[in-house]
Design a protein around this ligand. Structure first.
Ligand code: ADP
Ligand code: MG
Length: 589
């Protein structure tokens, strides 16, 4: 009998580990920064070329390594951070698995220069695909420099799966930003293709870093909070309920300064906001939990991106309560923002009208799947009527709608040839603007209006990079935004159709769409989402009185559209009732 089971070689094992630990250039950056932090560095310089494909260089002024240790560090399961299994119970360092360097070295070319304090000389090591090519002494200042080149050169599948340089760099920037936020005492500098992207001197507070990283436009709506119990301290910054976003780009959780994902913590955040949050809206939140390491298990994910808590449900409740308290305090102490005011007005209206429409004003109340059709229509049905009473969307003769009245300054009641119709004025106007913008874009000339006083928007470094990549596309859409450097953008001109909107909010909302859809690489989809956000802003809101002529104009415009029956987000614009249905409701037939 021959045996077919073999023990894999270290080389293969490292490559397998690399598959988990080194998903993309950003993972290398994360692991190396963590090592520098663990080495006690007070300065970490990160230089990236070609989004990490060409070069990732991390230089720190930490403890450095001896020549012997520098050699050992690249071996599998080599770590100075834990010694036995008891240590696993209480991890106080960022690393502990001893597999980052060996994994990285197995799929790239690595050059390391390191020197310890007061050492007479430092060490230099060169490794290619896990094989040591050179090792010698070298003069070096205290600290460590690691250069990673030819990443994934021997794993073509991984290399092929890398996204565009813009996307890969945005992952790197997100990774770096999280570390920058969590370690205010460390100076961080990041360059890309030799251009400075961020450079933060040591700062005393997380707050300062959060403000710098999220940018003025987001930071102005943040409030600081802090609280805790026993050995747990929860603190950070959260956004006002009136300034939520369409995705979770501005949400980060840190446990003992390690960025993590944890469904229970996310749940705690959302339940703290409770019904202050509209459907499909997400709070801005940077949440830090400082907890006895013995109460956290960080050994549940190869890239240490997840954690488990010993007392999950107590922690959940604590986080929820601390945030809830902060939100309450904020409502009591500060005047409500403009957005809060609108939200309150709308929800008051919806309650008093006792209708099932979630909110005609807020564009993101529907799911992004934008399922159009009967179900969706039912969900927004203004009357609690059964399926049978629901007419289908009928296309012919739509123009024969004759507006009779407006109810609650929000919906138009119209007579149709076959019965009656209710039109959501905001949704209808959104559709009209959307198609107008689309047509103008299609014809290659969107009429624009220069702003006399250009609007200035300050973003964080990560969002600046994302926006900068979309400026040419935005300008084709008639939205002329200039990059002023230093993460500052200036809105110079807007499409004529958008004149009068809140351009700064509009830009942030457009950025949300890019965050959500940009990674798909489908420009057409991103463009349509941008257009639908643009259409939403100036569209006639609920609570706006329309006279007879305006109602007629709106309906006429609506039925000139290619797809008059839904708004760009997929909600219905018109709900129709046939005479037969009305008669059935009144038990006449
Ligand atoms: P881990 O961080 O889990 O210990 P790594 O493979 O990331 O494993 O690193 C292996 C070892 O190399 C570390 O335990 C540490 O002793 C040493 N090391 C790595 N990077 C640095 C650095 N920048 N400065 C000093 N020592 C380092
Ligand atoms: Mg490590």
């Amino acid at each position: 009998m021959t045996s077919i089971i073999k023990i894999l070689s270290d080389h293969v094992i490292n490559k397998i580990a690399a598959g988990e630990v080194v998903e993309r250039p950003a993972s290398v950056v994360k692991e190396l920064i963590e090592n520098s932090i663990d080495a006690g560095a007070t300065e970490i310089f990160i230089d990236i070329e070609e989004a990490g494909r060409r070069l990732i260089r991390i230089t720190d002024n930490g403890s450095g390594m001896s020549k012997e240790d520098a050699r050992t560090a690249f071996m599998r399961h080599a770590t100075s951070k834990i010694a036995d299994d008891a240590d696993l119970e209480s991890i106080r360092t960022m690393g502990f698995r001893g597999e980052a360097l060996s994994s990285i070295a197995s799929v790239s070319h690595v050059r390391l220069v390191s020197a310890m304090k007061d050492a007479t000389s430092g060490a230099l090591i060169e490794i290619e695909g896990g094989i040591v090519k050179a090792i010698s002494e070298a003069a070096a200042p205290q600290g460590t420099t690691l250069e990673i080149g030819h990443l994934f050169y021997n794993t073509p599948a991984r290399r092929k799966f890398l996204k565009s340089p813009a996307t890969e760099f945005s992952h790197i920037l997100t990774t770096v930003s999280r570390q920058v936020m969590a370690h205010p005492a460390i100076r961080f500098r990041l360059t890309h293709n030799k251009k400075s992207v961020l450079d933060f001197p040591p700062s005393l507070s997380i707050k300062e870093r959060v403000f710098q990283l999220s940018g003025g436009a987001i930071a102005e709506d943040l409030i600081e909070f802090s609280g805790g119990r026993d050995s747990v301290h929860v603190h950070g910054l959260i956004g006002r309920p009136g300034s939520t976003r369409a995705d979770k780009t501005y949400q980060d959780f840190f446990v003992n300064r390690r960025a993590v994902k944890n469904p229970s913590l996310t749940h705690a955040l959302y339940s703290a906001y409770g019904d202050m949050l509209m459907r499909d809206r997400h709070p801005v939140a940077f949440i830090f939990i400082e907890i006895d390491p013995a109460l956290v298990d960080v050994n549940v994910h190869p890239a240490k991106a997840e954690v488990r808590f010993r007392n999950q449900s107590q922690l959940h409740d604590l986080v929820r309560d601390v945030i809830r308290e902060a939100l309450r305090g904020m409502n009591a102490s500060s005047a409500t923002t403009h957005a809060d005011g609108i939200r309150e007005a709308v929800s008051d209206y919806l309650q008093s009208a006792e209708c099932g429409v979630r909110n005609a004003e807020w564009r993101n109340t529907t799911s992004r799947s934008a399922a159009v059709g009967q179900n969706r229509e039912m969900e927004f049905s203004p009357f609690p009527v059964s399926d049978a009473f629901h007419s289908e969307l009928r296309t012919p003769n739509s123009a024969l709608l004759h507006p009779l009245a407006q109810i609650h300054d929000s919906f138009i009641i119209a007579q149709s040839r076959e019965g009656m119709a209710i039109i959501d004025q905001h949704a209808a106007h959104e559709r009209v603007l959307f198609e107008k913008l689309q047509n103008q874009y299609g014809a290659g000339r969107v009429p624009v209006q220069d702003l006399l006083v250009p609007d200035q928007v300050e973003l964080g470094p990560a969002q600046s990079v994302v926006l900068a990549a979309y400026l040419p596309e935005l300008s084709k859409l008639g939205f002329l935004v200039e990059d002023f450097g230093n993460n500052t953008f200036v809105i110079k001109a807007v499409p004529v159709l958008l004149v009068g909107a809140d351009y700064k909010q509009l830009l942030l909302d457009i950025l949300d769409e890019v965050n959500i859809h940009g990674k798909s690489g489908k420009m057409e989809k991103v463009r349509d989402e941008m257009l639908s956000v643009m259409a939403c802003h100036p569209a006639i809101k609920v609570h706006r009185h329309l006279d007879q002529q305006e109602m007629e104009q709106l309906l006429a415009d609506l039925f000139k559209c290619r797809m008059p029956h839904t708004c760009p987000h997929g909600r219905p614009t018109v709900v129709r009732f046939s005479m037969a249905e009305i008669m059935r409701m009144f038990k006449r037939i």
